[in-house]
Design a protein around this ligand. Structure first.
Ligand code: AMP
Length: 628
């Protein structure tokens, strides 16, 4: 049977190389582009998402068109980030491994330029470069582009978004006029159109998927929560997906650090990726993620550009991006190489409009999802554990020697008891944490932030007054505990208490109107664990009673999350489409100015020391040190 890549016109050496990579059939973009590009005499515009097999779509035809007997640069591939540059270089080296004399060089900032210059001097046919470093090398007159026949602009929209327009102009001006330009872009904003118009001659245009449409393999979901519950919602989503391997997007560097830091403290396998990390630090973080030694990568838009990691199960938009187009790039980190993925937005009720705008842009509808209850999470985790136990590979020869002693230890227990105990070992932690976990879902018509005490929409039942109390589930109170505490200290009957709404550090409860005065009269100087206990009337839909306690911190469900950070904004670009027309502003990321990497002290033992040991951590509940 003829190999499908051979059918497209790819030579045996390259076909064998891609077979070794496990490519059996061309992806749709490869099927469409390879025959066109192989002709070698067209400019080309490919509108395609990341993760669709783009690199081979242009890489394979390039290998057919280049003369490897010559050692002169004949193809230049420009891309926005170092990560993508390294990825493309590695892919092309793999594709060309059977071609004798084939040389590819990666030219990117933040690495030793001397080594790159040396490789260029020795002779290369294909240069893969980020624009800044490429210009530097051109400025040193260290490269001769007079033999360049093909220029590929990969992720063109990203390059423009990052402000590389002028650099690209300068670089292209050093290449021959008759070269062919192949442009790939996930979106087609006017700036990219302009490039196509200025630098190309009647390009062949191919749209893989519908214009601006996100990858069809990606499902889009949103959860509505109050801003202060965002972090708790994130944790719940993660806990409900024991095998999650996700990129979590935040707006600012500070946000990424805060979220990552708190996740680590809470026992999750996470780290932050942002522009204040040195290149070396970024590489380290990325390597851990790529090798799956990390489960949650918390990133800014700019830092995450070009991230090409397969099998990312979820993209979580902890904050929505300012520019709608960024959503396509964010969500494109999942659903790669034919896999399915889920892109999740955690929003507050005021952001529904933004979701509708994104829907229009990507041409797909979001599903409104409900955050699972504590019970759901516990159940999910329990069965994940059960499946793991069921599927674990038993090292018979090693464990054999211990079996008699183990059997002795369990001699008294029935099979059922043993199973119960093993399951409880891991499961109890979840039960404990999710005991009395509040419902985090906020409804779409639940407009705006509620004040902490006077929660709008939480009116008292007829004949009752709703009261605030500064005790909650973090004090190990159940509803019953709270009821007895209030009744004992307030010297009122349990019958006069109405609904009890147990929260984290505080709660609400209803008291019959007739009993309110006596409750307040008796409830004086009440303490719990050496802490003064307060009860207050809520403002009941008047927009809050004011004076809500400040709820600093950010951590478990007991703490506030949400917006309001003063973090420096990364990236941004004046011209991009924003929801409200507001300009992006902010400074360009990419400088490695201040280091600022933290060796998070909250990191668990295994995470700090364990990576080199190679123990692959898959993030199941048993792999994580959870909240203590
Ligand atoms: P790309 O869009 O080039 O970044 O490719 C995304 C992922 O798909 C990479 O990991 C590639 O190795 C993989 N890939 C590309 N083409 C194929 C193919 N024809 N069959 C299987 N995997 C592929």
């Amino acid at each position: 049977m003829i190999n499908p890549f051979s059918k497209l016109g790819i030579s045996d050496d390259v076909v064998n190389a891609v077979k070794d990579l496990g490519f059996e059939n061309p992806t749709p973009i490869q099927e469409q582009s390879i025959p066109v590009l192989l002709e070698g005499n067209n400019d080309f515009v490919g509108l395609a998402q990341t993760g669709t097999g783009k690199t081979a779509a242009f890489g394979l035809p390039l290998l057919e068109l280049i003369d490897f007997k010559s050692n002169k640069p004949q193809a230049l591939i420009l891309c926005p980030t170092r990560e993508l540059c390294l990825q493309i270089t590695s892919d092309i080296k793999n594709f060309s491994k059977n071609i004798s004399g084939a040389n590819v060089v990666a030219v990117y900032g933040g690495a030793n330029i001397m080594q790159q210059l040396r490789e260029i001097r020795i002779g290369v046919q294909i240069v893969v470069a980020t624009p800044g470093r490429m210009l530097d090398i051109i400025g040193r007159k260290a490269i001769d582009f007079t033999n360049v026949k093909y220029v590929v602009l990969d992720e063109a929209d990203e390059m423009l978004n990052m402000g590389f327009q002028e650099d690209i102009n300068d670089i292209l001006s050093t290449t021959p006029d008759d070269k062919k330009t192949w442009l790939f872009s996930a979106t087609m904003p006017p700036e990219v159109r302009r490039i196509a118009k200025n630098y190309m001659d009647s390009p062949v245009e191919l749209t893989m998927g519908t214009k601006n449409t996100g990858n069809v393999n990606i499902e889009h979901e949103y959860y509505i929560v109050r801003a202060r519950d965002k972090y708790a919602a994130l944790k719940r989503i993660v806990d409900f997906n024991p095998e999650i391997f996700a990129v979590v997007f935040c707006k600012t560097k500070l946000d990424t650090q805060d979220v990552a830091e708190h996740l680590i403290k809470d026992g999750y396998n996470a780290d932050a990726l942002h522009g204040d990390l040195s290149q070396q630090q970024r590489d380290k973080v990325m390597q851990r993620f790529r090798e799956r030694n990390m489960q949650l990568l918390i990133a800014t838009d700019v830092a995450a550009r070009g991230i090409d990691v397969n099998n990312v199960t979820h993209v979580i938009n902890y904050s929505l991006p300012d520019e709608i187009e960024s959503y396509t790039h964010r969500s494109g980190r999942t659903g790669r190489a034919g896999k399915t993925g889920i892109s999740i937005c955690i929003i507050n009720s005021k952001e529904i409009g933004k979701i509708r705008q994104i829907e229009r842009i990507i041409g797909k509808q979001f599903t409104k999802a409900e955050l699972p209850t504590g019970f759901d999470v516990c159940e999910k985790q329990l069965f994940s554990l059960v499946h793991k136990v069921h599927n674990v590979e038993v090292n018979e020869s090693q464990i054999e020697q211990y079996i008699p002693r183990i059997m002795d230890e369990f001699a008294e227990l029935s099979k059922e008891d043993v199973i119960k105990r093993f399951a409880s070992l891991e499961f109890n932690r979840f039960l404990e944490y999710y005991k009395n976990a509040p419902d985090l879902n906020s409804s779409a018509d639940d407009r705006g932030e509620r004040s902490e005490r006077g929660e709008r929409g939480s009116r008292s039942s007829e004949g009752y007054t709703r009261l605030f109390i500064n005790l909650g589930s973090v004090d190990d109170f159940t509803r019953g505990d709270l009821l007895s505490f209030v009744c004992n200290n307030g010297k009122i009957s349990g019958k006069s208490i109405g609904k009890i709404d147990l929260k984290g550090v505080y709660s609400f409860f209803e008291v019959e109107n007739a009993t309110v005065e006596s409750l307040f009269a008796n409830f004086k100087a009440v303490e719990f664990n050496n802490r003064g206990v307060r009860i207050e009337k809520t403002a009941e839909g008047e927009g809050g009673s004011g004076g809500g306690r400040s709820r600093g911190g950010f951590g478990g469900e007991r703490r506030s999350g949400g917006g309001g950070y003063a973090g420096k904004r990364e990236g941004g670009s004046g011209e991009r489409r924003s929801y409200s027309g507001g300009a992006g502003g902010g400074r360009r990321e990419g400088g490695n100015s201040s280091g600022g990497f933290r060796d998070f002290s909250g990191r668990s033992r295994e995470e700090r020391g364990g990576n080199s040991g190679g123990g692959r951590r898959e993030g199941g509940s048993s792999d994580r040190k959870r909240r203590s």
